[in-house]
Design a protein around this ligand. Structure first.
Ligand code: FEO
Length: 166
């Protein structure tokens, strides 16, 4: 339960980080990229809520802790997307550590529950890698950045359905 609570805090921190990135991208007059990152913020809230609901279902204590303040400025959109990818790679390690702990503890329910998060991280890293490639390609070309921003603005939010928690 302690390890799950730490992950809840990290998911809320992830939400804060992406909300800060969204606000910064908006300040850079990139409303599409800002929207994409806002959707990312919303997804992180769902990831945290999934873990909270799981602990509640098992009758374990939910221990909400202070959320660290994220940084607020980046040097370029590419720099923000690179840091987002780096962060997701760290999240993958944390989820993998949780899964290993569940295996060592023989906690089959926790291990099974974490399957969704393990696969979600595959998607998160794939998206992050694509972001870095696309924003790297756009470089400093205003027309490329404008087209990419329109593309990113098309992302909509549909809440992830985390299994077993209806
Ligand atoms: Fe909750 Fe982006 O992983």
């Amino acid at each position: 339960a302690k390890a799950f609570n730490e992950q809840i805090n990290r998911e809320y921190y992830s939400a804060f980080l992406y909300l800060a990135m969204s606000a910064w991208l908006n300040e850079q007059d990139l409303p599409g990229a800002a929207k994409w990152m806002y959707v990312q913020y919303q997804e992180e809230l769902v990831h945290a809520q999934g873990l909270v609901k799981y602990l509640m279902l098992r009758g374990d204590k939910v221990d909400l802790m202070p959320i660290e303040a994220p940084k607020k400025e980046w040097t370029s959109p590419l720099n923000a997307f690179e840091e987002a990818l780096e962060h997701e790679r760290q999240v993958t390690k944390w989820i993998d550590d949780l899964a290993k702990m569940a295996e060592e503890e023989g906690d089959r329910a926790a291990r099974l529950f974490l399957d969704w998060y393990i696969l979600e991280q595959v998607e998160e890293e794939a998206n992050g890698e694509e972001n870095v490639v696309l924003w790297g390609r756009a470089g400093d070309a205003p027309s490329g950045i404008m087209m990419l921003d329109v593309h990113y603005g098309q992302r909509g939010f549909s809440p992830d359905e985390i299994p077993h928690l209806d």
